[in-house]
Design a protein around this ligand. Structure first.
Ligand SMILES: CC(C)(COP(=O)(O)OP(=O)(O)OC[C@H]1O[C@@H](n2cnc3c(N)ncnc32)[C@H](O)[C@@H]1OP(=O)(O)O)[C@@H](O)C(=O)NCCC(=O)NCCS
Length: 197
């Protein structure tokens, strides 16, 4: 757990961190060998969309005087999908700040913002395009889908487990979403109750 002093900032209200958010998005997904946002213009476009009026978009900023104060450590967005259940997109921490408990902190902050907005749940899709879970190891069909979801294994640090640790459940899979044996894993969390779990 990282004890760094951080502050949650509203990225819809303030454009101050928009450029950092675009660079962070591009770099974090490049580090995963994903070409979702291969260059700054595409990343800037994504940030602009996530900052749309009516969306929720929060950043976690370092306010520790000792180490790069003002640095954006990660950011997350929530956008309307259903009336009371919105989609989390994206959720990203800068590579050097991953695995220190800060993603969990940021996710908790955007969940609380969702609660304040009157949401009852959050849904998200997390792709497996790189053979990182057992779900991508064989073709999925109506016969094996439910069993494969129940027995899912994390083969290479796939983030579905991060979400599970934060109280999300797998609610379904879109087989071949991104090509043969490249499924998208759908997850959901209720925002009811104090911790939502
Ligand atoms: C996924 C991501 C947001 C997680 O944030 P993070 O700050 O690294 O995660 P945390 O340190 O807060 O981890 C919280 C818990 O989840 C676990 N966890 C985090 N990432 C994990 C992974 N890839 N695989 C398995 N477990 C993971 C941690 O071990 C920790 O477990 P604990 O309950 O024992 O404390 C971050 O790693 C990231 O930005 N990755 C690149 C972009 C990405 O994949 N985004 C998600 C796309 S759907």
């Amino acid at each position: 757990m990282n004890s760094l002093d951080t502050r949650v900032v509203d990225l819809v209200e303030s454009g101050e961190y928009a450029e950092q958010a675009a660079r962070l998005l591009m770099e974090a997904f490049k580090a995963l060998d994903k070409d979702a946002w291969p260059d700054l213009p595409s990343a800037r476009e994504e940030v602009a969309e996530c900052r749309s009026e009516g969306f929720l978009c929060l950043g976690l900023v370092n306010i520790d005087a000792q180490e790069c104060p003002g640095e954006l450590l990660g950011w997350a967005g929530l956008r309307p999908m259903y009336d009371k259940t919105w989609e989390l997109h994206p959720m990203v921490m800068a590579p050097r700040w991953q695995a220190q408990g800060l993603g969990r902190k940021l996710l908790a902050a955007i969940e609380e913002a969702g609660r304040q907005r009157g949401l009852l749940g959050i849904v998200l899709g997390t792709d497996d395009e790189t053979g990182s879970t057992s779900l991508s190891q064989q073709p999925l069909n109506g016969q094996n889908l439910a069993a494969e979801i129940c027995n899912i294994k994390n083969l290479r640090n796939h983030p579905f487990e991060f979400y599970q640790r934060c109280g999300y459940s797998i609610i379904g899979v879109i087989p071949d979403a991104n090509g043969p044996c490249k499924p998208d894993i759908w997850m959901w969390k209720s925002l009811a109750g104090s911790n939502g779990i």
